[in-house]
Each structure stands twice: as C-alpha cells, then as structure tokens.
Design a protein around this ligand. Structure first.
Ligand SMILES: CC(C)(COP(=O)(O)OP(=O)(O)OC[C@H]1O[C@@H](n2cnc3c(N)ncnc32)[C@H](O)[C@@H]1OP(=O)(O)O)[C@@H](O)C(=O)NCCC(=O)NCCS
Length: 197
C-alpha cells in the first residue's frame, strides 16, 4: 500500500479541523499550560516559549505518507474560535494503523465537540486513507477520555498495570481500538453518523 495525503481542512457540522496558525499561540499556550488539562497527558505543563516552538513545528506537519507522520490540527468552533487540538499519527503504512488523541479547552468541554472532531479523523482514516485500525491510549483514571473512546465505539483491548513511571508515580495505560470494518458496520449509527443525515 502507498499513502500520500496532504492536509485539507476536515469540516463537520459544528467543528472544523484546520492547521494551527501563528495567531493560535495564546490559546494553545493557555491549553498546554493548564495543569488540569495536562493532568493525564504524557507531558508536563509547557511554557509559552515551548508552545511557540511546538506550534511552529506542528503547523508544518501536513503530510501522511510514512510511519511517524502526524497531524496536530486545531479544533475550531462554528465561529472559527480555537477550542482544542487533535492528534493523529501514522503508526505503520504496511499494517495501515494509526493513533488518535484529543485535547479540548475547558470552556468547550461537555458539548460533544471532541467526539465530533474524533469522528472527522476516523472518517479520514477509514474512508479516505483506507486504514485498517486506529488506536488510542489513555490513563484509565481519565474518565472523560474513556467515555470518548466508548462513544466512538472503540474496543477496550487492554489495561497495562503500572508499566510507566510518569509524573512521579507508576501509571497504568488503557488501550482502545477501532477497525475499519467496525467503523463501516456502525455507519449510520451514533458511532459513525452519516454526514448527510
Ligand atoms: C478528554 C476530553 C477531550 C473530553 O472532553 P469532553 O468535552 O468530555 O468530550 P466531548 O467534547 O466529546 O463532549 C462529550 C460530553 O458532552 C456531553 N454533551 C452535551 N451536549 C452534547 C451534544 N449536543 N452532543 C454530544 N455530546 C454532548 C456528552 O454527554 C458528554 O458528556 P459525558 O461524557 O459526561 O457524558 C477533555 O476532557 C480533555 O480535553 N481533557 C484534557 C486533555 C486530555 O486528558 N486528553 C486526553 C488524553 S488521553
């Protein structure tokens, strides 16, 4: 299989996934500098200077063609306001696998925006790129993220106990995944609503 996908905005009913822009710096720095937001992320809170570097790097990540290629698009609301970021990384071209992740600004949580944004990336993965499997990893204490996986129809495949020393403690990891055939079978349901419905 060959893959060569160049970024284009992914447009949903209420949210759009678009590349990060220099004028997102304030919002991105607020997000990645918030201890509550970062509680279950792999990294500690970041300074504005660190975020500025990351923004420049991630804004240039526009292509999915080889293992390790990734996207870190902004989630924007109907008004165009930055409300968070998604993560999508190609794990293997041969095995057609990718990883997905999500971060939503506290003011935007509780409305289903992150789930809608994730569905846009799952549609990209399965309908546009022809991938076979998309997985997610999380701290099982992150119940909001666990509920997201469940809403997306992702299967709970494993729970690694204290396999990672993170932020001063042994940390568990939950593993979730969705296959292309499961996504297609769920077409038209709450998991994969038709965009034209
Ligand atoms: C994980 C995270 C993105 C989840 O955010 P969220 O706002 O709960 O998720 P959604 O945007 O999909 O919203 C879903 C919630 O909105 C509710 N909701 C309200 N109105 C809704 C609507 N019109 N449509 C859909 N859902 C709606 C849902 O019931 C759901 O709430 P529930 O989980 O209590 O049942 C968020 O908690 C976060 O960014 N955390 C910090 C970063 C982080 O930990 N990221 C994950 C690392 S693995």
């Amino acid at each position: 299989m060959t893959l060569d996908w160049e970024f284009h905005p992914l447009v949903g009913e209420r949210v759009t996934l678009d590349l990060l822009r220099p004028d997102d710096l304030d919002d991105l720095a607020a997000l990645q500098g918030d201890p509550d937001v970062c509680r279950y992320l792999l990294y500690e809170t970041r300074s504005r200077e660190q975020v500025a570097e990351i923004l420049e790097r991630d804004a240039a990540a526009t292509r999915l063609a080889a293992k390790g290629d990734y996207l870190q698009p902004a989630i924007r609301s109907e008004t165009g306001r930055f409300i968070g970021t998604m993560y999508f990384e190609l794990h293997s071209v041969e095995d057609r696998t990718a990883e997905i992740g999500w971060i939503l600004a506290p003011h935007a949580q509780g409305h289903g925006y992150a789930t809608e944004a994730a569905r846009l990336l799952l549609a990209l993965a399965f309908d546009e790129l022809g991938l076979h499997r998309v997985q997610a990893e999380l701290d099982p204490r992150n119940t909001a993220s666990v509920r997201m996986c469940e809403r997306l129809g992702m299967r709970h495949e494993g729970h690694f106990v204290e396999h990672m020393w993170l932020k001063g403690e042994w940390t568990d990891t939950g593993h979730y995944a969705l296959l292309e055939r499961e996504w297609q079978a769920a077409r038209g349901s709450e998991i994969a609503p038709r965009s034209d419905a």
